[in-house]
Design a protein around this ligand. Structure first.
Ligand code: S3P
Length: 438
């Protein structure tokens, strides 16, 4: 079984750029496919997850070409996808599958979706339920999980849907389906989740608005059947990927790094806020706007951290960052508690369980509850193997912890990192971390 071993490193230093944002890359490909004309995408994340979405779109009849790191997508219109000949395999990608279930609704075709072992265990009912109300005919022999067959209706019905969960994937699936309905789609979520779909749809010409109510809930309204016209997109660097070298620099003595062009979106910056509360020397500067999103330079250096309490309301703004925050928490003085994180149980792995068990293995005490995780500082002993469970963020998080543990940490099935951060190994190596591939 392939693996990476991570060993105690003296310091991390350098200037880096991390690859394009995964969420924006999926949306750029899907929304460009649903408009009129050819869109050019620069800075697309060239990772397995994004390639799964790209090949799914090609199977649905979209022409996508690449030249010199630019991708050219010939849109087929909101209702123009063609019936694919075979199953569409989304691999490990939750964003790919959930967004495409919605996006294909208006084309009145039958699509059969499948995925890898991790994706086939993840709940899809959360998107199937609103899509059924919009007129989809869905067959799933696996209790609402993949494989799934979906047939869009002749007329997609507009809905007013209130989601129990703050999830950008559910919201985006409903909005992409709502594009082909003749009326107004209204979607409400308890707290604002990442808003890239809303921003990108607006850039492509959709009439879409959102407002945060006094109780914190977020309401989005979208007019159906807009004229979406092709645009050029430049994908900014992924803050979720940046969080790995950032935390690595913060916990490794004598480190100092700079990362350029990182997307700073207030619906994604919960980790940076939390690290600053913990005492991290983390500076965000040079902010500028690129295609409706803000990018900035981030400087991070070794810091003495103290434990903190992360409130539930912050979870949607840092939903992918709890595994790496947990590694920082293990190095912080005192106790850290993360509340309201039950959604982590249905990510690429059960991240509460896997992080908790992994930390126990390296010598750190934790208390795991259904929707919280408490981490106590202690000596990071290491000298053990952690299985990635096909979860890229678990693999990268424990490799970062290995940089400060007494004995090495071996991460098994580490190649899952390719789903989101294909050059993680090289970037971390260049910064000075001691990683060895096996
Ligand atoms: C994503 C949304 C998040 C996140 C995932 C990417 C997206 O999930 O965990 O990695 O691109 O929409 P939810 O907001 O659906 O929980």
């Amino acid at each position: 079984m392939e693996y990476i071993i991570s060993q105690k490193s003296s310091s991390l230093n350098g200037n880096i750029k991390v690859p394009g944002d995964k969420s924006i890359s999926h949306r750029a490909l899907i929304i460009a496919s649903m408009c009129i004309g050819t869109s050019k995408i620069d800075g697309l994340l060239e990772s397995e997850d994004v390639f799964s979405t790209m090949s799914a779109l090609k199977s649905l009849g979209v022409k996508i070409k690449s030249n010199d790191n630019s991708y050219f997508v010939e849109g087929v219109g909101i209702c123009g996808f063609k019936s694919p000949n075979n199953f569409i395999d989304l691999g490990n990608s939750g964003t790919g599958i959930r967004l495409l279930l919605g996006a294909t609704m208006g084309s009145n075709i039958i699509v059969n979706f499948k995925g890898d072992d991790s994706l086939s265990k993840r709940p899809m009912e959360r998107v199937l339920s609103p899509l059924r109300r919009m007129g989809a005919n869905i067959i799933s022999s696996n209790e609402g999980k993949l494989p799934i067959s979906i047939e869009g209706p002749k007329e997609v019905l507009p809905i007013n849907y209130t989601s129990r969960i703050s999830s950008a994937q559910i919201k985006s699936s409903v909005l992409l389906s709502g594009l082909s309905s003749s009326g107004k789609t209204i979607f409400t979520e308890p707290n604002e989740s990442r808003n890239h779909t809303e921003k990108m749809l607006s850039k492509f010409g959709a009439k879409i608005s959102s407002k945060i109510l006094e109780n914190g809930s977020n309401v989005i309204e979208l007019e159906g059947r807009p004229l979406l016209v092709s645009k050029d997109i430049s994908v900014p660097s992924d803050p979720s990927s940046a969080s790995f070298p950032i935390v690595a620099a913060i916990i490794t003595p004598n480190s100092k790094i700079e990362i350029h062009n990182v997307m700073i979106n207030q619906a994604r910056n919960g980790l940076f806020e939390t690290l600053q509360e913990m005492g991290a020397k983390l500076k965000i500067s040079n902010e500028k706007k690129v295609n409706n999103e803000v990018i900035a330079t981030i400087n991070a250096e070794y810091s003495k951290l103290k434990g903190t309490s992360v409130p539930s309301e912050r979870a949607p703004r840092m939903i992918d960052e709890y595994p790496i925050l947990s590694m920082a928490a293990a190095c912080a003085e005192g106790r850290t508690i993360m509340n309201g994180i039950s959604e982590l149980r249905v990510k690429e792995s059960d991240r509460i369980k896997i992080v908790s068990n992994g930390l126990n293995k390296v010598g750190i005490k934790t208390i795991e509850k259904p929707d919280s995780l408490e981490i106590f500082s202690g000596e990071i002993i290491g000298g053990c193997s952690i299985d990635s469970e096909l979860d890229h963020r678990i693999a990268m998080s424990f490799l970062i912890l290995g940089l400060v543990s007494n004995k090495p940490i071996k991460v098994l099935r580490s190649s899952t990192i390719k789903t989101s951060f294909p050059n993680f190994f090289e970037i971390m190596l260049n910064l000075g971390s001691k990683l060895v591939k096996g």
